[in-house]
Write a protein that binds this ligand. Structure first.
Ligand code: NA7
Length: 515
């Protein structure tokens, strides 16, 4: 018998903390932030499964030359673990990884992490309110609550170019950089002109003999205005944490203020962004023909806006060529373009982005009645506030569908999701609930509103990884971050079906059953 919780009455059922196992899948920013909040709440019955052999996710994997965050460091860190010691306004990847390693040690989270464990299936049992997770090593784990913190842009995407395996030289993807390969004096190709390319291109150009960048679509680039924090500044932030809070708040509200330029489908706003970018292009590239090739023909913000102080200027170097002729195929000695030219290389770097992890379940997930998440997401990934999916109780997603920002730090969204999840866990634990399952009508209403806003956003006006094959956007949040946070950070029980454990049989029940 399933009874819905109407009042504060609870029944005898597991109440000890050890009876409330929690699993977090993934030890990147989301998983680590969630674990810290659990620790702060005094909840220690959690395990983090991490398929790699170290924490860090994106910042463990992206170690290519020039890898850095394109959100200011003071904003791109957890609000409850701020760091006065960032050495630059935009931290390099290694420093962000160092920050994560530091907070993992500080909170002694390693005791809770099992490395090298990939989850390859999860199944919910409605009777017990328990998820059973199958591990790649053949073991199983059970949990009352699962937090999927696997990230959205994780697995490298290699382009579908004929002959990609035929190349006889060195190849690597930016997210799997081979530090043993020395590019000094080599002829190198970079395929792609996205967020990774604008960082790797200026970083390797001075070292290589010749660099050719294969551009399919030029990108809007704005100045980064990166700078070092001096020791005196860092000391000030250490001594007066309020200054760090103010710096963070300033950066956050500036991105909220100017965000509409990046996400609204408002040509006059987009034109402002385009003017800033074109002025930057003029200041970096003197050759008008080259400038023309580097000028995008789509609306500002439609693809991710890139920030760099030196990407465009790199094309002024004598040892750098911009190649716009489309790639026909890859051959043993190099890349052949449509006009028949074979460009010969010693190495090819694929700066071609990631598989959009959000589009599908990260592994087979079966909820109530054995329904699979991939079936539920057949028409596109949807979740209530990007976190919970009806029919998949006690399953919480961090950085889920429609929670990516185009204009600010994704961690603002992640922290709201962590708070929401924590609220659900406390409610389940304190009221001894078997499960919480978001109501289908609530989820549908939320997603209808999200999709109804999309035509007012700029993203539908060009091709990008933001969009599914059918042109729908299930990755970005169509609005300001503060609005999402206000709506998402509290767990509202009325939005969920809150189901408690069956009451233990009373002697009266037993008599009735016997009769
Ligand atoms: P992105 O932003 O997805 O960029 C990938 C780039 O690779 C982009 O310029 C693509 O061109 C290009 N690409 C992909 N396939 C091909 C083929 N077949 N031929 C030529 N060029 C190709 O990935 P990043 O790693 O730079 O950044 C990913 C995100 O991570 C970023 O937005 C940040 O949020 C963090 P296209 O533009 O599609 O024509």
């Amino acid at each position: 018998m399933i009874e819905h919780l109407q009042d504060s009455e609870t029944y005898a059922a597991p109440r000890r903390e050890t009876d409330f196992p929690i699993v977090i899948v993934g030890a990147g920013f989301g998983g680590i932030g969630m674990a810290i909040q659990l620790e702060k709440a005094g909840i220690r019955s959690y395990t983090i499964f991490e398929r790699a052999d170290e924490i860090g996710g994106t910042w463990r994997d992206n170690t290519y030359p020039g890898a850095a965050c394109d959100v200011p460091s003071h904003a791109y860190s957890l609000s409850f673990e701020q760091n006065p010691d960032w050495t630059r306004k935009f931290s390099p990847s290694s420093e962000i990884q160092g920050y994560l390693l530091g907070i993992v040690d500080k909170w002694k989270l390693r005791d809770h992490i099992e490395f090298g464990v990939e989850i390859d299936e999860a199944r919910f049992d409605e009777e017990t309110g328990v998820w059973t997770l199958h591990r790649s090593d053949g073991e199983t784990a059970t949990a009352r609550v699962v937090i999927s913190a696997v990230g959205g842009l994780v697995d490298p995407s290699l382009p579908d170019i004929p002959g990609i395996d035929a190349f006889e030289g060195h190849t690597c993807h930016t997210a799997r950089w081979d530090h043993d390969y020395d590019m000094e004096g080599k002829r190198v190709a970079v395929i792609g002109t996205g967020a990774s390319a604008v960082q790797v291109v200026p970083s390797i150009a001075p070292r290589v003999k010749h660099l050719t960048v294969f551009q399919r679509t030029p990108a809007w680039v704005v100045p980064k205005r990166d700078a070092e924090y001096s020791e005196a500044e860092r000391q000030r932030y250490r001594r007066f944490p309020l200054l760090l809070n103010l710096s963070r708040a300033f950066k956050y509200w500036m991105s909220e203020l100017f965000g509409p330029i990046v996400y609204l489908n408002a040509p006059r706003l987009s034109a402002r962004g385009e003017r800033i970018s074109l002025a930057h292009l003029r200041s970096q590239v003197k050759d008008p023909v080259l400038r023309e090739k580097l000028t995008p023909d789509f609306q500002f913000g439609c693809k991710r806006m890139l920030i760099s102080d030196d990407y465009w200027a790199t094309f002024e170097r004598e040892n750098v060529t911009l190649e716009c002729d489309p790639i026909e195929q890859i051959e043993g000695r190099g890349i052949r373009t449509k006009n028949g030219t074979l460009h010969e290389f010693d190495a090819i770097v694929f700066a071609t982005g990631f598989e959009l992890g959000l589009a599908n379940a990260p592994f087979p997930i079966y909820g109530r009645d054995g329904r699979s998440l991939n079936d539920a997401w057949a028409a596109g990934a949807v979740a209530y506030k990007g976190m919970t999916v009806s029919g998949f109780p006690n399953w919480f997603i961090l950085m889920g569908p429609n929670t990516g920002p185009g204009h600010t730090s994704v961690l603002v969204f992640t922290e709201a999701q962590i708070q929401h999840t924590l609220g659900a866990i406390k409610k389940m634990r304190d009221e001894n609930l078997r499960y919480v399952d978001v109501r289908q009508d609530v989820q549908d209403h939320y997603n209808d509103r999200i999709q109804a806003r999309m035509p007012h956003m700029v993203w539908g006006n060009c091709n990008s990884w933001y969009l599914n094959d059918d042109g729908t956007n299930h990755s970005l949040y169509p609005g300001p971050a503060f609005e999402y946070v206000a709506g998402a950070c509290h767990f509202e029980a009325r939005d969920y079906e809150c189901v408690k454990f069956d009451a233990p049989a009373t002697s009266a029940d037993e008599e009735t059953a016997a009769a």
